[in-house]
Structure formats: C-alpha cells, structure tokens
Ligand binder design. Structure first.
Ligand code: TXA
Ligand code: MG
Length: 347
C-alpha cells in the first residue's frame, strides 16, 4: 500500500511547485495521475520499462493492452515514432494539441512493454495545461492510460481516480473535472485505409474533413480475443450494476413499463438520458441523471453519471439519443458498459 498524495493544481495556471513535485515522482519511476482534456491519465515515464510496468500493476491491466505515449509537442514525435507520411503533419496541425491519438510505426527507443510488443506506437499531444506542464517540466514522454481500474468507467475527476487507485499510486494532480469527458479518438494510420479504432473526443465528422476516406471499425471482441484497443473489448467501462440500452421508436413506453415492474419488485431503477427524454420520463419511479442537451454535455457527464448511478441504483437504463458528433463516442462507451445488452423496441 502506497500513500497517495493529492495535490490540488490550477487548471488555468498550474503552480510550478506542484508540477515540480509530480515531475520528480515521474522521473524517479513513480506513478502520477493527472487531468487531460479527455479523462484523467495514469502517467509513468514512457522510456522506463520498470516505471511502465507499475501502470499495469496499479490498474490490473493485461500486458497485452498497449499504452498511449503523450508528448509535449509535435516536434518530439520523431523521437518515438517513424514519421513517413505527410498526412501525419496535416492531422497534427489541425488536431494537436488535442483529443486525437495516432497509431504509427514505432522507434526502437520505445520499450516493448509500452506497445505490447507491437511494431506500432500510439501517440498524442494533449491540450490540458496541467498535462502539458507535466510533460514539459519532466522532460520525458509520458505513457498514460485512463486512470481507472481495468474495465471500470474512465475517471473524469480526481475523486474517481482515488475511488479506483487510492493506495496504489504515488500522486494525483487534482485539476477539477476534465472538459471533454470521453477519451481520445484513436486513428490507425498504419493500415492501407486510415481506420478509427475508437471513437472519441475528435468526432468522425471533423476527421472526414481532412481524411475523406477514413473508416470506423466498430469491434465487439470477447475477453481473450486480441484487441487492437481495449476500448474495443465488448465488456469495458462497466459500472458495478447492469446497464441496458434501449433503441427504437417505442423506447420511452417500454422503459416506463420496465421501470414500473422493477420498482414493484423493490429494484432501484437508474435512468441516464438527455434532458428532452428525461422530461418524458418524469413520472417514472427511478433515480434520473441528466446527460444535458448537446453531444458535448453528454460526453462531459457520461462517466460521472455511470459512477453515480452505480451507488444509488441496482440497474441502469439508457434510452436512445443522437449519435452525431461526440454522440458516437458516448454510444460506444455505453454499448460496452452494457456488454452489448440492447433492447430493440418498435411500434
Ligand atoms: O484520451 C485518452 O486517450 C486517455 C488520456 C489519458 O490520454 N488515454 C486512454 O488510454 O484512454 P487507454 O489506455 O485507456 O486507451 C488507449 C487505447 C487502448 O485501448 C489501447 O489498446 C490502444 O489505445 N492502443 C495503444 N497503443 C496501440 C497500438 N499500438 N495499436 C492499437 N491500439 C493501441
Ligand atoms: Mg481506458
């Protein structure tokens, strides 16, 4: 058991003395959780095999699941990846710093443990001031998966990190809630056709502006199958109580019936929905959590909503919502949180 230090840090102007403490821990091979614009990451020096090993132990993550390497600047890219494709700089110019992760051929300097022995490496330049300050100050590339226990909902606050990892890591930089709320979009540029392996903070619509031929591979792998991205496992992001999604034009009616029946059996029903749908469900006996009005609101509130509902309900229902923009990433997380349990309803 480690003593996990919690350091409050300003998200606008990170205090240099706090960043110094965290950098020292990283440089000494320790683990620091820190906010990015997407979710909290669990960072270690990406060039140190033993430091990176600590990430897998703390998270309980299988070693077959590779990590993203975070850089302070696109100028650092050639240190860790082979940059042989003009599309890389066009994408970096448009989307970095930001929520886009690129899969590229790796340089030998990146330890095999980071990439799960694959010849490719995932890289991104985050835009959150605390993440950037840590990268610049420590002077090392930082490997960072989401700072949750493996297969749990991702953390969007320092409290979520502590709920999963208190006593297992050296330090958390508490910079408040993360603005986007879902992880980065993962784009594989090593395939003949550029392929999104995980929908995320950069919507498909924005990527298509620059890469009209980009495709989205919606994988639903079972445990034990080799996953190109852990976000492609069918069971992932899961709260402690079952999640059920509803689709189709009769969803609201069906949800009312299901909630009534569960309520009569003494089961506490949780509902996660956008504001317009929640209004239609106002009389349903349930704990209701609002995902807001826009796709950005939904992404920002998703994981907090799941983590709250698992403490106050026994089953979570999610009625349909728009899959445009960040809605696709939200739907993808919920599909996996539900392990693919979708109730189809039609009139
Ligand atoms: O927004 C994010 O991406 C957050 C923040 C902290 O940057 N990080 C994050 O990391 O979500 P993680 O480890 O939870 O998810 C990264 C995904 C994993 O599913 C992993 O399998 C995939 O990236 N990945 C990493 N390296 C890869 C590679 N070489 N090829 C294919 N997928 C890779
Ligand atoms: Mg993750």
């Amino acid at each position: 058991m480690k003593k996990t230090r919690v350091l409050p840090v300003s998200a606008l102007q990170p205090e240099p003395d706090r960043i110094q403490i965290a950098s020292d821990i990283l440089r000494a091979g320790g683990l620091v959780a820190f906010p990015t614009e997407t979710v909290y990451g669990l960072g270690a020096n990406a060039l140190s095999e033993s430091a990176v090993e600590g990430i897998f132990t703390a998270k309980g993550r299988p070693s077959t699941d590779p990590l993203i390497v975070h850089l302070p600047d696109v100028a650092e890219l050639e240190r860790v990846a082979i940059v042989n494709d003009p599309r890389i700089y066009a994408l970096a110019e448009r989307f970095w710093p930001g929520a886009l992760t690129l899969i590229l051929p790796k340089q030998p300097i990146v330890p095999a443990i980071v990439t799960a022995n694959q010849p490719t490496v995932a890289v991104r330049v985050p835009s959150h001031p605390i993440a950037l300050a840590l990268l610049r100050h420590s002077g090392v590339p930082i490997s960072a998966p989401s700072a949750n226990r493996f297969s749990r909902p991702s953390p969007t606050s320092a409290l979520h990190v502590l709920n999963d990892l208190d006593g297992r890591i050296e330090c958390v930089l508490d910079g408040g809630s993360t603005p986007i709320g879902v992880e980065s979009t993962i784009l594989d540029l090593t395939r003949p056709q550029p392929t999104v392996l995980r929908a995320g903070g950069v919507p498909m619509e924005s990527l298509r502006d620059l890469l009209p031929e980009v495709t989205f591979q919606h994988l639903r792998l079972k445990e034990g199958e080799i996953a190109p991205a852990s976000g492609t496992l069918l069971k992932h992001y899961s709260p402690r109580v079952p999640v059920w999604l509803l689709e189709g034009s009769n969803s609201v009616q069906k949800l009312c019936e299901l909630a009534q029946a569960h309520h009569q059996d003494g089961v506490r029903v949780g509902i996660l929905a956008d504001d317009a749908t929640l209004e239609l469900l106002a009389d349903v006996p349930s704990v209701r959590v609002s995902l807001g009005q826009t796709d950005q609101h939904m992404a920002h509130r998703l994981f907090e909503g799941l983590r709250h509902l698992e403490t106050v309900s026994d089953i979570i229902f999610v009625p349909p919502f728009s899959k445009e923009g960040l809605g696709l990433a939200v739907w993808d997380r919920l599909f996996r949180a539900s392990e693919g349990r979708v109730i189809q309803t039609e009139n």
